[in-house]
Design a protein around this ligand. Structure first.
Ligand code: PLP
Length: 448
């Protein structure tokens, strides 16, 4: 393997784990110790396959806000996913890939007027709302919109809660349906979000039941209510597979009960972290350290400064309540552990990743690996103090990619993307890499 450029995609002869991929790359880096991500594209494909097999009735619309990495969007577009966009910028990014407007839901209940106008111009009709002011605004700017009414959920068991900000309760939802009827606006269904990092399947079950009540009321008033959007909140870290199975089984059962498959109902979801969390492993370098005596114990304790922090990829510590787990590269099984703290590279005292953690002694130049770093990391990172944050380097084995292509070649043309646009936008995979590296989306990418 050669030293590869930022954003390059390596299609390998053999299958690598993120750890192996990072180890190989580190050897080549020498003094170039910038932080970087190893992005396992197989993991993303496997998540998609898992989704399709676990909840065959629910079409995923990937929540772009979670990680708007262009290559992830391309891959998911290729695999036939839809997209949940929160702004003009996200809509444009997805549509520039050749994704058609009918694969996008504009799922932000409170939208800037100019963005609603933009959605109308580019043909996006499906959008959420949860209050009368928004309904009137959309009526004025996009009278042909197909509205999805977002209802409130019990998200008290979620890591990141949204219901204090969004969602109509049952009474308000009924009044909104009446208002829409009065002003001749079209409501096509109901959406909800049970909170990101939702810890119980009951939240989904209850929300689906409430959605049924609202849908029935809409139908009674003459609306063709045919879309149920069950939102995001599905777990995505390694080790949450059983929990995902439990949630999906509960959802399937509740859908069967309240939304039986009669050919008239379309069910979608807006998963974000589910798709990307486990695919991204971040490699950071120890750039400085301080040694001191712990005044309480009299033992040595250490402060380590690494080259990515809470203003960069670790913003998830602040915004996503995430507790990232460090592992050392190469592994250090030393029994002797010291109380340590881990800090980001900026001059700010807030830039702390771990206040107190037991770790073997590290040296300047050592590498630390952080797994499950794909969700709500790079999409909210900034270059505070002029510092870069981790750049993605993607990998996938050729054998796996061939099998994915074979499995997905039957996706109806309608759900695939315009390949001419994709090639035009494709990332730079230059020839300086080995011959086992293929360009992104090979020529035989889509049958015609
Ligand atoms: N849909 C909406 C409207 C959201 O606000 C979010 C997250 O903020 C998502 C989907 C994605 O949620 P998650 O990453 O938990 O699946």
């Amino acid at each position: 393997m050669h030293l590869i450029k930022d954003n390059s995609i390596v299609v390998t002869k053999t299958q690598y784990t993120a750890e192996e991929f990072i180890q190989k790359k580190i050897v080549l880096l020498k003094d170039e110790v910038e932080p970087f991500f190893a992005v396992d594209l197989e993991d993303i494909c496997n998540k998609h396959i898992r989704w399709l097999t676990s909840m065959p009735r629910v079409t995923p619309h990937y929540a772009v806000k979670c990680n708007d990495d262009i290559n992830i969007l391309k891959l998911l577009a290729y695999l036939g996913a839809g997209f949940d966009c929160a702004s003009k910028g996200e809509i444009k990014k997805v549509m520039d890939l050749g994704v058609s407007a009918d694969r996008i839901i504009y799922a932000n209940p409170c939208k800037q007027s100019s963005y609603i106008r933009y959605a109308q111009e580019v043909g996006i009709e499906t959008m959420t709302f949860d209050n009368e002011q928004e309904l009137m605004k959309i009526k004025q700017l996009h009278p042909n919109a197909k509205l999805v009414l977002r209802i409130v959920t019990d998200d008290s068991n979620a890591v990141c809660r949204f219901s204090m900000k969004f969602g109509a309760d049952i009474n308000t939802a009924c009044k909104l349906i009446e208002k829409a009827q009065e002003i001749d606006m079209t409501i096509i269904g109901v959406s909800f979000h049970c909170g990101s990092g939702q810890m119980t399947s009951k939240a989904f079950v209850d929300a689906i039941q409430n959605a049924r009540i609202i849908m029935n009321y809409g139908i009674k008033l003459g609306f063709n209510m045919h879309l149920l959007d069950i939102g995001g909140g599905f777990p995505g870290n390694t080790g949450t597979e059983d929990y995902f199975s439990e949630i999906s089984a509960a959802i399937n059962k509740t859908l069967e009960e309240h939304f039986p498959d009669n050919g008239n109902i379309r069910i979608i979801a807006e998963p974000g972290r589910y798709y990307v969390a486990s695919a991204y492993a971040l490699a950071t370098n120890v750039i400085a350290s301080r040694e001191m005596i712990d005044s309480e114990t009299g033992n040595m304790k250490y402060m380590y400064y690494i080259n990515d922090g809470v203003y960069g990829s670790f913003n998830c510590v602040l915004y996503d309540h995430y507790v990232p787990e460090p592992s050392l590269l190469p592994k250090n099984e030393s029994n002797k552990k010291y109380t340590s703290s881990i800090w980001g590279p900026t001059c700010d005292g807030l830039d702390c990743i771990h206040q107190s953690i037991q770790m073997p002694k590290l040296n300047i130049g050592d590498w630390i690996l952080w797994k499950n770093m794909g969700a709500y990391t790079i999409s909210a990172a900034v270059r505070f103090n002029g510092l870069p944050f981790g750049k993605p380097h993607y990998f996938m084995s050729k054998q796996f990619w061939d099998s994915v292509k074979a499995a997905f070649q039957t996706i109806p043309r309608k759900y695939q993307v315009d390949t001419s646009v994709i090639r035009h936008n494709s990332c730079d995979c230059s020839n300086e890499v080995e011959d086992d590296m293929l360009p992104w989306l090979p020529e035989d990418f889509i049958e015609d």
